[in-house]
Design a protein around this ligand. Structure first.
Ligand code: UDP
Length: 384
């Protein structure tokens, strides 16, 4: 089956990193088309996945755009849709990996008469999107998609609650290669030395710096923890959220925590950095669609504490393979950090159990088989 993958982003977020794993088995007969240039293109090339950037003009619609803004972007989308239609003629299926890709892919699928798959990496709710964006996404998926792959039951339920057709949906979790999360102990010791973390209890937070990812909650929490508890924030302000970064620095200064919080920016050595932590914290203040970082922490053998909402609840069982806290509750988070600091043997056992479980449950080979079976059962009879 020849697949035309579409993704709006030039930068690698969770949806894009997941797409690399999905597109890899199809790389000899597929193409990834991006709507922006950037480091995601380079990553795809490093994995020998054919990629083309279809436009260098950024699309004006944002997550909270109004109907007027959505309409005014239609003119901008027309040349992009035309390019996708032209490309789609050489492929059997269009696979939209993001919301703007859904809009372009849906219209192109009607014109090019190719079936559309929508991989849903978002919680389609008003906490994350404007009413206009929600309506557009649900209507296009309902009318044009032959299949909606939701990255968690939480994403699937939100899609259905927003009016999406349940019979279109299947849940498939993100896949991971457990081998990539095995690291060398001496490298980790050097990394901790290099980062000035010797003797510290390091709580890592790995995600773009954005209000809904809740870095401020973690900072509030460590203000209630002993002096040796240090925070490592890994990730950049991806989608123009510089104001939030300023607010974080102000909060850190007000709490006098400058010496206990490190900003590392966007990094590609996530397994090493996670292994250098004592605890990984996920602190999103709105429901997380999946939460790749939670599984990655488990695969690194590190205890993880996650905000109890959305997909995170499907990944973590409190006290069994990690910890769950009420979203936006720094006090509760501080209690978990303090108990991990004190009860190291118990926490290590829990983290080891989480690693074993995650290695099996999210093995990329099995997840890719699930996707291949689903795609072939839906489309193969037409295109073999
Ligand atoms: N990530 C990364 N470098 C960074 C910060 C994060 O490669 O500096 C990765 C992280 O390891 C994870 C992904 O970005 O695989 C984020 O995915 P997640 O599902 O946690 O959140 P999303 O970005 O999709 O909201």
């Amino acid at each position: 089956m020849k697949i035309l993958f579409l993704d709006q982003s030039g930068k690698p977020g969770g949806a894009e990193l997941c797409l690399i794993d999905i597109a890899k088995p199809y790389r000899d007969r597929s193409l990834v088309c991006l709507f922006a240039d950037g480091s995601f293109k380079t990553l795809l090339q490093q994995h020998q996945i054919p990629v083309e950037v279809l436009t260098h003009q950024s699309i004006a619609v944002r997550k909270h755009s109004s109907l007027f803004q959505a309409f005014s972007s239609l003119g901008q989308l027309t040349p992009l849709i035309a390019k996708v239609v032209q490309k789609a003629m050489a492929y059997d299926v269009i696979y939209a990996n993001t919301q703007k890709a859904l809009v372009v892919g849906a219209i192109a699928s009607l014109i090019a008469r190719r079936p559309l798959v929508y991989h849903l990496h978002d919680i389609l709710s008003s906490e994350h999107f404007s009413q206009t964006n929600l309506r557009v996404a649900i209507n296009l998926a309902n009318r044009c998609a032959a299949l909606v792959i939701a990255n968690s039951h939480a994403s699937q339920q939100a899609f259905i609650q927003a009016g999406g057709r349940p019979e279109l949906t299947r849940v498939i979790y993100n896949g991971f290669d457990p081998k990539l999360y095995q690291t060398c102990a001496s490298d980790i010791t050097k990394l901790r030395q290099h980062l000035g973390l010797e003797g510290k209890f390091v709580v890592g937070q790995f995600s773009r710096l954005s209000p809904w990812k809740g870095q401020h909650i973690l900072i509030d929490a460590i203000a209630q923890c002993p002096e040796k508890v240090t925070v490592m924030l890994v990730g950049d302000a991806l989608f123009g959220e510089q104001d939030y970064v300023k607010q974080l620095h102000q909060q850190i200064t007000q709490l006098n925590l400058q010496h206990r919080v490190k900003f590392l920016g966007f990094r590609s050595d996530i397994p090493q950095l996670m292994t250098a932590c004592n605890l990984v914290a996920h602190t999103s203040i709105a429901p997380e669609p999946f939460g790749r970082v939670i599984v990655e922490a488990m695969l690194c053998g590190k205890p993880v504490v996650a905000a109890k909402a959305g997909g995170a609840v499907e990944l973590v069982e409190h006290g069994v393979n990690g910890f769950l806290t009420t979203p936006q509750a720094p006090q509760e988070l501080a209690q978990i950090i303090n108990s991990c600091l004190q009860e190291t043997a118990k926490t290590t056992t829990l983290a080891n159990h989480a690693r074993d479980m995650a290695s099996q449950r999210f093995d990329v080979t099995i997840i890719n088989q699930q996707i291949a079976q689903l795609l072939s059962s839906k489309f193969e009879s037409n295109y073999c």
